[in-house]
Write a protein that binds this ligand. Structure first.
Ligand code: ADP
Ligand code: ZN
Length: 366
């Protein structure tokens, strides 16, 4: 394994785990998990696409180590993130003889990580979880921080639990098989970190446009490392989103969730909606006198150069505004936004001026 990096995540409650990042990590699963999985029953949860690429190898490599290793593959995509899938997985876990001392491995993107994490959090009141994220979005965001859950017909992520993994293994080489659109989706979340939390990292992204667009794995390794460090730091200081710091990770997301909902979740993927959502939030911050035009333009340029959208078609501002009504981030009827003050700094603001919000949205509607 070349140049592996270790990022320590130490939560205030005493929970401690390590993120291991490096090319070739996927070939080293047994040695990296031996102390945890030795002679235990292990269930790998993955999806059909990831299974075809990496499932068999992971399963075979763990068989000599664990007492019994099984693999279950679900249909790819958000539509699988339901309680019905969770129940099916509980039955599979029982069939595979999982008990309180067993472990679940989530091998896949954010969808697999969220569902498998929720199953690990709740099966027998909680068993060990190892996250092996294979999409950029999961590597930089969803696999770190312990949020797990599923969707209800009424909305996304409405049922869930905080459940920290015992270990996160990240192999950036897995990005080589990921469709380009999914890479862009993850890049939107990386821009989010820079824009509200880390100006130096934002400038790094601006400097590495061509490497990012040509999928230079060394550059991606650095990007993933920085994002995991930033996220680990945020989660350690505000694990359960109580102090407001963790809310920074929702930058652009109040708008993004509304866009996803209003478009029926099939026109834009999550990262594309986040890209447009960040443009709307930056507009709002400029209109509110917080952010200067130059900073807003830097964000827009970076998004465009990484081929992410800055506007949506087919939706009216009212349509998007109405869809914001169901967001979890609404506190006592007021819309709460993460707004950048400058690149790398943010504040949390309750905005009640509907026209101002509509104007911010309108600027991003084609
Ligand atoms: P996200 O991580 O963005 O939340 P998903 O978990 O739905 O999204 O993954 C996005 C898509 O990419 C799914 O179809 C999934 O099967 C596929 N996928 C995940 N990892 C890889 C990979 N390394 N190579 C190819 N396809 C992958
Ligand atoms: Zn997101």
């Amino acid at each position: 394994m070349q140049g592996d990096e270790k990022i320590e995540v130490s939560l205030p409650g005493g929970n401690h785990y390590r993120i291991i990042l490096g090319s070739g990590v996927l070939d080293e699963i047994p040695s990296l998990t031996a102390s945890m999985l030795d002679r235990k029953n292990v269930l790998i949860i993955t999806d059909d696409n990831v299974n075809a690429l990496y499932g068999e190898k992971a399963l075979k490599s763990l068989q000599p180590l664990a007492a019994n290793t099984s693999l279950i593959s679900i249909k790819p995509g958000e539509a699988s993130k339901t309680l019905a899938t969770v129940e099916m997985l509980y039955h599979e876990a029982l069939k595979s003889n999982l008990d309180r001392s067993s472990a679940i491995i989530a091998l896949g993107g954010g969808v697999v990580g969220d569902i498998a994490g929720f199953v690990a959090a709740t099966f027998m009141r909680g068993i060990d979880l190892i996250q092996i994220p294979t999409t950029l979005l999961a590597m930089v965001d969803s696999s770190v921080g312990g949020k797990t859950g599923v969707d209800l017909p009424e909305g996304k992520n409405l049922v869930g639990a905080f459940w920290q993994p015992r270990k996160v293994l990240i192999d950036p080489d897995a990005l080589k098989t990921l469709p380009d659109r999914e890479i862009r989706c993850g890049l939107a979340e990386t821009i989010k970190y820079g824009m509200v939390l880390d100006e130096v990292f934002f400038a790094f992204l601006e400097d590495k446009i061509s490497e990012l667009n040509s999928l230079d794995i060394l550059t991606y390794t650095e990007v993933i490392k920085r994002c995991c460090q930033i996220k680990a730091d945020v989660v350690c200081r505000d694990e359960k989103e109580k102090s407001g710091l963790r809310s920074a990770l929702n930058y652009g997301h109040t708008f993004a969730h509304a866009i996803e909902k209003a478009t029926g979740y099939d026109k834009l993927n999550h990262g594309e909606a986040v890209a447009v959502g960040m443009c709307m939030a930056a507009n709002l911050a400029v209109d509110d006198g917080r952010l200067d035009d130059a900073a807003e333009l830097r964000q827009e340029n970076l998004l465009r150069q990484l081929h992410l959208p800055c506007s949506v078609e087919f939706l009216t501002p009212e349509h998007i505004y109405d869809a914001m009504g169901k967001d979890k981030k609404i506190i006592e009827g007021k819309l709460r936004f993460v707004l950048p003050e400058t690149i790398g700094e943010f504040s949390l603001s309750e905005v009640s001026d509907k026209d101002m919000i509509l104007d911010a949205i309108r600027n991003c509607c084609d």
